[in-house]
Design a protein around this ligand. Sequence first.
Ligand code: B12
Length: 134
Amino acid sequence: MVNGHAKILVQTAAHLAGAAYYYQSFDVTEQTWPADKDICGVCYHPTYGGWVSLDGVFILKDVLCPDLPQRAPRDVIPSEEKRVELLKKYNKIDLSFRDLLPVPVPRKYAKEHEKYLSSETSLDEKIAIAKQMK
Ligand code: B12
């Protein structure tokens, strides 16, 4: 983050890399939220669903591959109804947004990790949970 802004938008990067589809408000035809409401988008992995964190990108400055074919990400939430559910849950920080694939995911976050993520955004609370885990 630089001056409160992300230096790299990892969700856009994940979508363009073909790694995880980035569902945004414009991926839904009938908007069910007020026009002036900011709806944050969310990436969905074909195998791990919402149980992924996009924690960085590798930039290979001297490696150029102009012929590398671009791979489209798999659209794993094709239905309009499910996309609305996903965006609504994600934006309410209802953590069940992670479980919308029709099949179970092979691996989820540890319970402690979930507790950490569901805690209030107060740094003190997060530090206390991290200390408990230690
Ligand atoms: C700032 C931030 C927040 C802020 C603001 C959220 C926001 N999206 O603005 C706050 C603190 C609220 C937040 C909260 C959460 N966040 Co957050 N956050 C970020 C962060 C650091 C930057 C996001 C950002 O500033 N986006 C700026 C906006 C303008 O970008 P944008 O909406 O994508 O717009 C661009 C695209 O639309 C693109 N574009 C235009 N046309 C097209 C077309 C296509 C096809 C594509 C692909 C792109 C594209 O152009 C626009 C930019 O010009 C990212 C990490 C990162 N570096 O990217 C994590 C991130 C998005 N957060 C994440 C998570 C998990 C959360 C929480 C669930 C945290 C939690 N408690 O667990 C909550 C969710 C609540 C919510 N309402 O979003 C994850 C999402 C993972 C995923 N599966 O997608 C990320 C990626 C972090 C990570 N390490 O994985 N977050």
